[in-house]
Design a protein around this ligand. Structure first.
Ligand code: SAH
Ligand code: SF4
Length: 366
């Protein structure tokens, strides 16, 4: 039996894999072995979370940001972005659109702001959405690093889940892609604070960062396991031309796109194999690499998709990376076209279901 096959046999039995074994899986290039990896992840997905895709309507409510991450298109220093901030009522309206479209959850995401006016506005709108939907619409926040007190206020207002990517667990790489005052340790502390506040906690990394190795990615997955994460949202790094990391990088060639997509899919598959009963999102960035990237993510172990429910006019102003898909579509178009593509691959869509993380439910019931 090849190395890969014997590792996959262990994985199907539910045995823990070593960092070296994860590196072997992430390094697969042979098409047959790749398919065996994806099949193994799909087998475990079916067993632990079922063949159901949950929709989380994402509202990108502001591109104002106090941070300056070297990879991100809406970083503070990018002067070429027209900044916007949605009104509270607009955020509310879009969340209710998602509710009425029978999405089980919404995600409110923005650049990072830590001023009291913003914190209080989010608190109010979360409270309104939660009340209007009787807590039926799961509210996820993705609003960056905050104090534990802020996280607690938003949780008490009705937010259920929080997404904060660790980006990379390699400290030297983290330091290369962020300014000196952005700290990996603070991020870890934020994840711990979110757990203490009772959120379903999600994190993840970018794959394909310059200088990132397969061992880095294997260690990232082991970190997710170590902190017993409930949800994972990770995606390929895609250069943005107005950023320090992207300015000299030519756009990805077709070959590079394909490689980045395959790495993204392998990471999803290996994460499913290692973490089993968690929710894993097929990131929108996968679709920037190939039109069916997100569906392929579902076939490789993801079970969550985040259709954009942001007003079409705002979308071009929220470009974290170049070639972001669906910029000129409206929310109903996104619903229709995604639904068809997902049922087309034999999955059911969990309409009207919140789709909470099974891992979280198990841990809190213990
Ligand atoms: N400000 C919040 C939420 C918005 S950014 C935060 O940083 O958590 C959401 C995610 O977009 C980031 O975590 C990062 O992983 C991703 N992102 C930013 N720039 C990107 C790029 N060029 N390619 C791929 N993903 C990117
Ligand atoms: Fe701001 Fe998030 Fe972009 Fe960093 S990744 S610059 S925190 S929006």
């Amino acid at each position: 039996m090849s190395d890969v096959n014997s590792i996959l046999v262990k994985a199907r039995q539910g045995d823990m894999l070593t960092a070296g074994e994860l590196v072997t899986l992430l390094s697969i290039t042979d098409q047959t072995e790749l398919q065996s990896l994806y099949d193994c992840a799909y087998f475990l997905k079916e067993q632990y979370v079922g063949r159901i895709a949950y929709f989380r309507g994402i509202i990108e409510c502001s591109n104002l940001c106090i941070k300056d991450c070297y990879y991100c298109g809406i970083r503070r220093s990018n002067q070429d972005v027209e900044r916007f901030q949605m009104e509270e009522d607009e955020i509310f309206k879009e969340a209710i659109w998602a509710y009425e479209a029978e999405y089980g959850s919404c995600v409110i995401q923005s650049g990072e702001r830590q001023d009291e006016g913003y914190i209080a506005m989010i608190e109010r709108v979360v409270g309104r959405i939660s009340k209007y939907t009787n807590g039926e619409l799961g509210i996820t926040l993705s609003l960056g690093e905050q104090t534990e007190e802020t996280y607690r206020r938003w949780k008490n207002a009705g937010a259920l889940r929080y997404l904060l990517r660790i980006e990379t667990t390699n400290a030297a790489l983290y330091a290369r892609i962020h300014p000196a005052d952005h700290s990996l340790e603070v991020r870890k502390e934020c994840l711990a604070a979110l757990r203490r506040c009772g959120y379903q906690v999600g994190t993840g990394v970018m794959m394909g960062l310059p200088g990132q190795t397969k061992l880095d990615l294997a260690n990232d997955i082991l970190f997710l396991k170590e902190i017993d994460i409930d949800m994972v949202g990770m995606g390929p790094y895609i250069p943005h031309s107005d950023t320090p990391m992207g300015k000299d990088a030519p756009p990805y060639t077709d070959k590079q796109k394909k490689e980045a997509l395959t790495l993204g899919l392998k990471m999803i598959a290996v994460t499913r194999i290692v973490l089993k009963d968690i929710n894993i999102a097929a990131a929108t960035a996968l679709q920037a690499l190939e039109y069916t990237g997100r569906e392929q993510g579902l076939r490789c172990g993801a079970n969550v998709i985040m259709p954009n429910v942001t007003e079409t006019d705002y979308r071009p102003k929220y470009q974290l990376y170049d070639n972001k898909p669906c910029l000129d579509e409206n929310s109903s178009m996104c619903r229709g076209c995604l639904s068809n593509r997902i049922t087309g691959i034999g999955e059911t869509i969990g309409f009207k279901e919140r789709g909470d993380s099974p891992r979280f439910k198990r841990r809190t019931a213990e």
